[in-house]
Write a protein that binds this ligand. Structure first.
Ligand SMILES: [Zn+2]
Length: 346
């Protein structure tokens, strides 16, 4: 199966040329690319964020090309869509995205009927902490800051939310399969079920790891508001300095002093960097409060430089669990990672 990747700003390489591979001579590529491009484009699914792309690749039929729009190394919150990426978006058969809450740059494409949002505005969020019925409001924020104006887009940190995202993806791919093509519909259903089952197992695995953390040490402190769903799903408090887009404009002196007070009250053991080297903001906070930084960073905005949707959940969980005095059994998750790979790499 082809799993294409669209590099930002990589010049004039066409999607068709990427599809054809580099072994062909330039002239030959040119000769057949027009035809190939029209065929490829009419069928190509584009997934905007790297994690969305990994999930779409696991569910989509092996015969359907899936192209990832944004590079893993880019900050999705602040990414710009290049003219070439815009062209690819125009030519796709379907576009899947977490939506403008995660990737503000995608806002312009949301009116396009082929664009399917699978993010926070599209799913029902389970909420054990709140009696409100309004599922569109942010209820996953830090306990200190009930901010309804700011929808937290980092939903995938709760594996049950990835299942919901996957079900939307599957439903929309299914719409494009002919009613009479029962076999293809069956394969899609099986792939969706396989994805859901891996994610249920991941959820169980995370629960077992988090259970090893001493109950008075269950607080995650990080820079931007991104681990709220994880905290809600697995019973950890979350505390952050910046809003869910990581914008420092939201950082007020009161916020810092409030966080410092809470760090002391909650006897927080460790602060979690979201980048290496850790941000200046977190290093200052660490110094001011004599709270050490975790050795490893959390990958809060999607995939790691390598690995899949399961790998990043396993990495983050082991980083959290081991830093907070628990003990993470990483080995037992290896099978889940490779099961996922067997769906995306075929
Ligand atoms: Zn983020």
């Amino acid at each position: 199966m082809f799993r294409g990747f669209l590099k930002a700003g990589s010049g004039n390489t066409s999607v068709a040329k990427l599809l054809l591979g580099s072994s062909l001579s330039a002239g030959f590529v040119f000769a057949i690319s027009a035809n190939q491009a029209s065929q490829a484009n009419s069928k190509t699914i584009i997934a905007v964020e790297p994690l969305t792309c990994d999930l779409v690749s696991a569910i989509a039929l092996p015969s359907t090309p899936v192209t990832c729009l944004i590079d893993r190394k880019q900050d999705g919150h602040d990414v710009n869509i290049s003219p070439r990426q815009a062209q690819a978006l125009k030519n796709a058969s379907q576009v899947f995205t977490l939506g403008q809450e995660m990737t503000p740059a995608i806002k312009k494409w949301l009116d396009n009927p082929i664009t399917v949002v699978v993010g926070v505005s599209a799913i029902e969020i389970d909420d054990d902490h709140d009696d409100h019925d309004d599922h569109s409001a942010a209820k996953h924020d830090d306990h200190d800051d009930h901010d309804h104006g700011d929808l937290d887009p980092h939903i995938w940190h709760d594996p049950h939310n990835i299942i919901k995202m996957g079900n939307i993806i599957s439903k929309n791919i299914n719409k494009n399969i002919s009613f009479f093509d029962r076999e293809t519909k069956k394969v899609l259903k099986e792939r969706t079920q396989a994805v859901n089952s891996i994610l249920e197992d991941l959820d169980q695995w995370i629960q077992r790891q988090v259970a090893t953390i001493p109950s008075d040490q269950r607080t995650i402190v990080s820079k931007h508001k991104s681990m709220g769903y994880y905290g809600d799903a697995f019973g950890l408090e979350t505390l952050s300095l910046l809003d869910s887009l990581g914008h420092s404009s939201s950082l007020k002196p009161q916020t810092i002093s409030k966080v410092i007070t809470e760090l002391r009250e909650e006897k927080v053991q460790v602060l979690f960097p979201e980048q290496q080297p850790p941000s200046k903001l977190l290093r200052n906070l660490s110094r001011q409060t004599s709270t050490p930084l975790a050795k490893q960073q959390l990958f809060v905005d999607g995939l790691m430089p390598t690995g899949n949707t399961i790998s990043v959940a396993v990495h983050n969980t082991c980083t959290i669990v081991n830093s907070l005095g628990g003990s993470c059994n990483k080995k037992t998750a290896t099978q889940l990672e490779s099961k996922w790979d067997s769906l995306t790499k075929c």
